[in-house]
Write a protein that binds this ligand. Structure first.
Ligand code: NAD
Length: 257
């Protein structure tokens, strides 16, 4: 329980990878702030369920990560921020000449700019507290590209670059900043891409998963939210105190190709 007494703020954490990370960190004692932009009864019930299951304090805070002020207020209104996980993200797929401007702006705002706004507020809080961990959930697409994902690839490469800069600015503080680069993980974000791809290639669901998605992933297996949660737990441990400004790929070998 090495995170007892630490407060972890995880953006976009009512589903998928963010929820998996929340569960992993609660499992090693962290109090949580979970977030989405929906503010439903289920969101508040989820916070209560996690608190009961893990015996930690869990607050749900509604904030839209496409809005600079709401990103900053999410952190500013907390009594402390020991661990910041920038996870919220969306996807949209289209050729560059057909890519809708509003989709480009939303992806850059949610997937990249939000991490700037939250970190800008969190770093001084972490300095004052004398400890901090910033973990940005980038992607294999922060290190490589795919066609039709111009906004996503641009945002994730931007996050990787920003991670290095934050690490240099905090190198002499007891703060680290790293990016995790997952390959494919079967979450609602990926599920949503399957029907379109089935229609586009006239393929079964199984073939889309094996022949299109996992074709890039040499292990031919999805990474899991538990594996990503475990990687975050490691980055929050003392063993990782000198790991900063880098990327950790959890991608079944994708970026080794
Ligand atoms: P998901 O759709 O399951 O979860 C995304 C989360 O972000 C949701 O909880 C959603 O509520 C939240 N979110 C979306 N827009 C938001 C907004 N405006 N304000 C606040 N919250 C918002 O997706 P996921 O697959 O769990 O993705 C999580 C992160 O992991 C993303 O940054 C994604 O790019 C990254 N990632 C995912 C994969 C994958 O294969 N699933 C691979 C690499 C990287």
């Amino acid at each position: 329980m090495h995170l007892a007494g630490k407060r972890a703020i995880i953006t976009g954490s009512t589903s998928g990878i963010g929820l998996g990370i929340a569960r992993s960190l609660a499992g090693i004692g962290a109090d949580l702030v979970i977030n989405s932009f929906t503010d439903t009864d289920q969101d508040h019930a989820l916070a209560a369920e996690l608190a009961a299951e893990f015996g930690v304090q869990v607050d749900y805070v509604c904030a839209d990560m496409s809005d600079a002020q709401q990103c900053r207020d999410l952190i500013r209104t907390q009594p402390r921020c020991d661990i910041l996980i920038n996870n919220a993200g969306i996807q949209y797929v289209a050729p560059i000449d057909e890519f809708p401007i509003d989709k480009w702006n939303a992806i850059i705002a949610i997937n990249m700019n939000s991490a700037f706004h939250t970190a800008a507020v969190a770093v001084p809080m972490m300095r004052a507290q004398g400890w901090g961990r910033i973990i940005n959930i980038a992607s294999a697409h922060g290190l490589t590209a795919s066609p039709y994902k111009s906004a996503y690839v641009a945002a994730k490469h931007g996050v990787v670059g920003m991670t290095k800069t934050i690490a240099l600015e905090t190198a002499q503080d007891p703060i680290t900043c790293n990016a995790i680069c997952p390959g494919y993980v079967l979450t609602p974000l990926v599920e949503a891409q399957i029907p379109d791809t089935m229609a586009k290639y006239d393929m079964s669901r199984e073939d889309v998963i094996k022949k299109v998605m996992l074709e890039r992933q040499p292990s031919r297996e999805f990474a899991t939210v538990e594996q990503l949660g475990g990687t975050c737990g490691f980055l929050c441990s003392d063993a990782a105190a000198q790991i900063t400004g880098t990327t950790i790929s959890v991608d079944g070998g994708w970026t080794a190709l």
